[in-house]
Design a protein around this ligand. Structure first.
Ligand code: ADP
Ligand code: ZN
Length: 709
């Protein structure tokens, strides 16, 4: 690799070495060749065109589909001291003229632009008069009509090949499927492009899929181990998104809804908060997706089944872009299959298309019921072979218990067959268990030969078995028959006794091991926490000052390295990965101060705690929950709450959830005497055993601030 490229990597970006195929890609493009780059999320695609842009003469033009993505990139480059601008509809005519002028003067190195803007004849003519270093086409899968990110304007980018025959073009995507790859190459006229295909494995993501039992409870248990982490919870419907977001907030997890049914201002407000604040949970439909470049999303949870492995891979891939441990968690049940099949049946598209979608859904189900390593199975679907089980998924860690289900499966299949292939799982289980209820009697099913033959298994085991029969394609859901189960062709060998069937034994929730071995939320040890919080508080303050998300100042991985390597001097600091010349200059001292002056940093920690406490209280957490989250005594929480009330940062209602009468009683006690309010301790005996003394502090603080007003 050229030493010029390595120097740029270190000086501008602050990194010591290229990752994976970055060096080869950069060399190819810097020398003027075309490239098609297929690299997973978090792989480091941006550098693949940013470094050549700095190596080559002229303006680098980057096509990006979303304003949010462009702005994120521009502010990141800005922080690195690289001259970049985004041309988009949010600029006024005057601002656009100014940008054009700066470009003509050669002051700009990278221009980010939306595809529809780029292909305007005026724009193309403008660019043809300039020296162009390269074209980078980001999110190149948007050119594919099959993906859900299809953008018709991308189809017109093919003409760049003819209009700028001597300018190298690099197309980049994190989409793993082959068909899309071919489509990109063809539609963007990249026949001469060298292809750089990276492994699509995301080694830092821990995969877990659990049978859906009581999904909300299961979700809470999962989240309980990840307090304070940012994450995404995907649901299928808008209604469910709203409900789950409200439910989580009520349970003390700061959560925001996001779906296409919300007004667009609210949507972008929520998105902005998710990017700028730490520890928020976004509950969303798949409308929330592309454009989420937040690197420290620590988990992606699915409460509903995605419709394909492509979708699952993409959605879970939004976790852990920064390379630190992250979790992909999903609860899956038979009801999901029914819903998705219904949606598929009602969708537009011809039969061939629907058949393809049907196969994709089946592949998704197969992953859910997989008994081997999940990662091996997932990657195999994208034609990538992982030599050994990964050791970093639920199946690898917990092991999968299987059992010989041949006989019960045959009983189940014959129950389906005997009742005319019209009934759902509930009824089938009643038949097998021999429950003579009204519905059974009405249908006369108590006379079936299979009635009551299945008492060896309990209800849960039967449900699990039916779910797995559908998951493996041995039985199918009949949409015309109102969701009843029917046999599918592939079950014949089993019915005829020619094959046996091994199924996985569902772990009972209470016996299931702790949520994950990755323990993303335990990145920082208890003894490091104070300094970590101080570093984060400084980062937050700088981010606010510069009006950028915190991760643009420094990603978590860089803060973590500062914490662990404890730089003492600016030259130590320069060695930390992610600290380039410009950032060293701007922020080096400030972060060194926090690291080297433990005691002086303490006020920052307290200020930070206060800030966090107010947000948590506003999000509806109880004092006990806040104490737990901030790892401090409940009494201190009450003190800080009272203080925040005095400073009018919180209302009493936000701080505490008190019954009306009790509140009245406490207020009366304070106001009974004349003159000044008595101290809380003076009335505490009256409420002994009924409320925490801290509650009195808060009520008193509220009265006090009311009187002062
Ligand atoms: P992608 O676009 O492929 O999802 P990014 O370009 O956003 O990935 O890079 C992901 C993260 O990895 C960013 O924080 C980036 O700065 C960092 N990164 C990229 N290349 C390197 C490298 N060679 N060394 C260290 N960090 C890197
Ligand atoms: Zn595994």
């Amino acid at each position: 690799m050229s030493s010029a490229a390595s120097r740029i990597l270190k000086d501008v970006f602050g990194y010591d070495a290229f990752r994976g195929q970055q060096a080869a890609i950069i060399q190819r493009v810097a020398e003027g060749g075309d490239a098609l780059v297929l690299m997973p999320t978090g792989g480091g695609k941006s550098l693949c065109y940013q470094v050549p842009a700095l190596l080559r003469e002229g303006l680098a033009v980057v096509v990006s589909p979303l304003i949010a993505l462009m702005e994120d990139q521009v502010s990141t480059l800005d922080e690195l001291g690289v001259a970049a601008v985004a041309l988009n509809s949010s600029l006024s005519a005057d601002e656009q003229r100014e940008v054009a002028e700066r470009i003509r003067q050669g002051e700009i190195k990278l221009l980010y632009v939306a595809p529809e803007r780029l292909v305007q004849p005026r724009m193309l003519a403008f660019l043809q008069r300039l020296q162009i270093a390269l074209f980078a086409i980001d999110e190149a899968h948007c050119v594919s009509q099959w993906g859900h990110d299809f953008r018709p304007e991308y189809l017109q980018l093919g003409q760049l090949a003819e209009l700028f025959p001597n300018v190298p073009r690099i197309a980049l995507t994190a989409t793993a499927d082959k068909r899309t790859r071919e489509e990109i190459a063809q539609r963007l006229h990249l026949d001469q492009a060298e292809r750089f295909l990276s492994s699509f494995d995301r080694p830092n993501i821990f995969y877990r899929i659990v049978p859906k039992d009581q999904p909300r409870k299961q979700l809470l248990a999962f989240l309980a181990e990840r307090k304070g982490d940012a994450g995404i919870v995907y649901c299928l419907s808008r209604k469910k998104v709203d409900e789950v977001a409200a439910f989580l907030s009520a349970q003390g997890f700061p959560a925001l809804p996001y779906h296409a049914g919300l007004p667009s201002e609210l949507r972008s407000y929520h998105q902005k908060r998710f990017l700028n604040e730490e520890g928020l949970i976004m509950v969303a439909t798949i409308a929330f997706g592309m454009g989420i470049d937040k690197p420290n999303v620590r988990f992606v949870a699915h409460l509903d089944l995605p419709k394909s492995l492509e979708a699952y891979y993409q959605e879970t891939g939004r976790a852990g872009r920064d390379g630190l441990p992250a979790d992909a968690w999903m609860a899956y049940g038979l009801q999901d299959v029914l819903l998705l099949k219904q949606m598929l049946a009602n969708s537009e598209g011809n039969d061939r298309h629907k058949r393809i979608e049907q196969h994709k859904l089946e592949a998704m189900l197969a992953l859910c019921e997989e008994i081997r390593c999940r990662r091996q199975a997932l990657l195999a679907y994208f034609d990538e072979e992982l030599a050994k089980p990964c050791g970093h998924c639920d199946n690898c860690i917990d092991g999968v218990q299987t059992w010989d289900a041949t006989e019960p499966a045959r009983q189940a299949l014959s129950a389906i067959y005997r009742n005319g292939q019209r009934y759902g799982v509930g009824h089938l289980v009643d038949i097998l268990l021999g429950r003579e209820n009204d519905k059974i009697r009405a249908s006369g099913h108590q006379h079936l030969a299979v009635f009551g033959v299945g008492k060896a298994l309990n209800e849960g085991e039967w449900r699990s078995l039916f779910r797995q029969l559908v998951g493996r394609g041995l039985a199918d859901i009949d949409l015309d028959g109102f969701g009843g189960l029917r046999l599918s062709e592939t079950c014949r060998p089993l019915l005829r006794g020619e094959v046996t069937l091994q199924l996985r034994r569902d772990l009972k929730p209470q016996t299931a091991p702790k949520a994950s071995a990755s323990a993303a939320s335990q990145l920082v040890r208890a003894d490091e926490r104070a300094t970590w919080e101080a570093l984060r508080a400084l980062r937050r303050r700088l981010a606010e000052e510069h009006e950028v998300p915190p991760y643009v100042i420094f990603p978590d991985s860089t803060l973590l390295e500062m914490l662990r390597s404890q730089p003492r001097t600016l030259s130590d600091m320069a060695r930390v990965s992610g600290v380039g010349a410009r950032k060293l200059d701007r922020y080096g001292e400030a972060f060194l101060d926090v690291l080297n002056q433990g005691e002086e940093a303490a006020p920052a920690v307290v200020a930070d705690l206060r800030h966090e406490l107010v947000s948590l209280a506003r999000a509806g957490m109880t004092p006990a929950q806040i104490a737990n989250q901030l790892k401090c005594a409940e009494k201190s929480v009450y003190n800080l709450l009272a203080e925040a009330i005095t400073r009018n940062q919180l209302s009493l209602e936000q701080a505490l959830d008190l019954p009306e009468e009790l509140l009245g009683e406490i207020q009366d006690a304070f106001l009974d005497g004349d003159g000044d309010l008595p101290p809380a301790a003076a009335i505490a005996p009256m409420f002994h055993g009924r409320v925490e003394e801290g509650v009195l502090y808060c009520v008193r603080a509220a009265l006090q601030s009311e009187f002062e007003l």
